[in-house]
Design a protein. Structure first.
Length: 91
């Protein structure tokens, strides 16, 4: 992962960590269920953004490296991994 993407993801994950602690406090404090669910949805969206960033980085570095290497076995492995993770995203 390049340093820019890594830093961006780490910053986003720190914010998400704070949001999750906030949700725990909301539940502990007996806040309105819809408010809690709204915050959970916000955390899920933020996690998807981190996931997108990691995926972009993987394609830009790992998959691209496999393609440039000319190693057919490595290329197949990277593509298979990519397909598997994309399939998991749909469920």
């Amino acid at each position: 992962m390049d340093e820019g993407a890594k830093k961006k993801s780490q910053e986003r994950l720190s914010r998400i960590e704070g949001q999750v602690r906030g949700i725990a406090r909301m539940i502990e404090g007996g806040r309105y269920c819809i408010d809690i669910m709204t915050q959970i949805a916000a955390v899920q969206a933020a996690l998807r953004k981190v996931e997108d960033e990691v995926l972009k980085s993987h394609v830009a570095h790992c998959v691209e490296h496999a393609i440039r290497s000319g190693d057919a076995a490595d290329q197949r492995q990277k593509i298979a991994e990519l397909i598997e993770v994309l399939e998991r995203r749909r469920t």
